[in-house]
Design a protein. Structure first.
Length: 64
């Protein structure tokens, strides 16, 4: 192997590594966006009282 082909090989490896890092970053961003969408659809596990009438969701007297 001559020096030029060795240098080109190293440059190609670095370019591939950079592409892999970018792809990983984009994938992580997409996964975070999907997670946010799912949590929004599921309500984050906390019940929402935004669309209920007054007094609903307050204290409940179960002693009677």
């Amino acid at each position: 192997m001559d020096v030029a082909s060795l240098a080109m090989s190293l440059i190609a490896m670095q370019a591939g590594n950079t592409q892999q890092q970018i792809a990983t970053s984009v994938l992580k961003s997409n996964l975070n966006a999907e997670k946010s969408s799912v949590l929004t659809l599921l309500g984050s596990g906390q019940p929402s009282l935004a669309n209920v009438g007054p007094g609903v969701g307050g204290n409940l007297n179960i002693s009677a």
